[in-house]
Design a protein around this ligand. Structure first.
Ligand code: UDP
Ligand code: MG
Length: 346
């Protein structure tokens, strides 16, 4: 039976914490009764440096339900994406499968069962996807959808309308933990892991209590981080614009020469207009070229794993270090023997 850990990042969530704990414990109980997860499955609250009573409440819940509720206290506020990562990596060593969910109960806890079913059906990652954004404000809905579209244009693979409500098997979390980058955008990283994945669909509700911990400023920062951590396309765009302007400057050259020949120009205009266009284009081109190299350095310093081997079909077992040394030694010996034989014959 698989042990499930539900990871919940919490920042100033004193108003919803007990509600969340209750709702998630109910889900755990139901799944344990149906025999879908192990009895020692648990909820892991990650306190992201809250300034209110969130941690005290987590401690209380752990005191009352020590088996079902556990907590991680981060020393300060590091933001949602890091808090979630801390929770996933802590849970990875103690569970077979993890589900991450926000504390505010906006995501439907009742699809957790479907996620588990899909996990048992062989999926390593199951994305929770919002059906509609009825409960979001018009502003949040349009900006969010525009963002997903833009990410797609920039060549970043994301699951449309999926936030951070997702199931991950242990091996998926282990693979994720090899991504050492500091600019985290989890939604963009998950599709890089690979493995078989699936989605479950649900309606996103209103916040159960409290206010959003994602003000516009944090939202914009997340969006910018999402694009700049995954794509060097903006740099390529500068290169493209530079090339375009140089081509335009060639057209301008033709136009300016014709004007010059027909004599309708003030002296000095032709050379001035050409210099402006051509130099402008050249500068952008040069910046874009330098940018290409910086983009490459940027990708390199992330040191992301280059691939994720899922299975190897091979009967030969890998050699142990001793076996490797032995075979090296044998080759060395046979070389010496050959050489000495050669000398004797020669
Ligand atoms: N959160 C966090 N650290 C932060 C901000 C938010 O751990 O610095 C948590 C928060 O407690 C919640 C989740 O991230 O569980 C999502 O935040 P919220 O529901 O406020 O975002 P929204 O749904 O409004 O986009
Ligand atoms: Mg929310």
């Amino acid at each position: 039976m698989d042990r499930l850990a539900i990871v919940v990042p919490c920042y100033n969530e004193e108003e919803v914490l007990k509600l969340a704990s209750e709702a998630l414990r109910r889900v755990l109980d139901g799944l344990v009764q149906k025999g879908k997860i192990a009895g020692d499955s648990f909820i892991l609250f990650v306190n992201d440096g809250s300034k209110d009573r969130t941690w005290e409440l987590i401690e209380e819940e752990h005191g009352t339900y020590p088996g079902q509720v556990s907590g991680v206290k981060l020393a300060g506020n590091v933001g949602h994406q890091f808090a979630l990562t801390a929770g996933l990596i802590t849970a990875m060593e103690r569970s077979d499968v993890t589900i991450s969910i926000d504390a505010d109960l906006q995501d439907d806890v009742d699809v957790i069962e479907e996620m588990i079913d899909k996990f048992h059906a062989g999926n390593d990652i199951v994305y929770g996807v919002r059906k509609e954004r009825k409960t979001d404000t018009f502003f949040k809905r349009t900006t969010a959808q525009g963002f997903y579209k833009m990410m797609g244009l920039m060549g970043v693979k994301t699951v449309y309308n999926h936030a951070d409500f997702r199931l991950m098997s242990r091996r998926a979390v282990e693979e994720f933990s090899k991504y050492k980058e500091t600019n985290l955008f989890l939604r963009g990283m998950m599709p890089l892991i690979g493995y078989q994945t699936d989605c479950v669909y649900y309606d996103r509700k209103e916040r159960a209590a409290g206010e959003s911990k994602y003000p516009l400023k944090k939202m914009l920062a997340l969006a910018f981080n999402g694009i700049s951590s995954f794509s060097v396309k903006p740099i390529s765009m500068i290169l493209g614009i530079g090339l375009f302007i140089i081509i335009v400057s060639l057209l301008a050259l033709a136009y300016a020469l014709i004007s010059y020949c027909t004599g309708h120009v003030v002296p000095g205009w032709t050379s001035l207009i050409l210099s402006i266009w051509f130099l402008g284009g050249l500068q952008l081109l040069a910046i874009g070229m330098v940018g290409q190299y910086i983009g490459k350095i940027y990708i390199e310093v992330k040191q992301r794993p280059r691939y994720n081997i899922e299975k190897v079909l091979c009967n030969a077992e890998p050699f142990s270090d001793e076996e490797k040394k032995e075979s090296e030694g044998n080759r060395f010996l046979s070389r010496i023997q050959e050489e000495s034989q050669g000398k004797r014959e020669g």
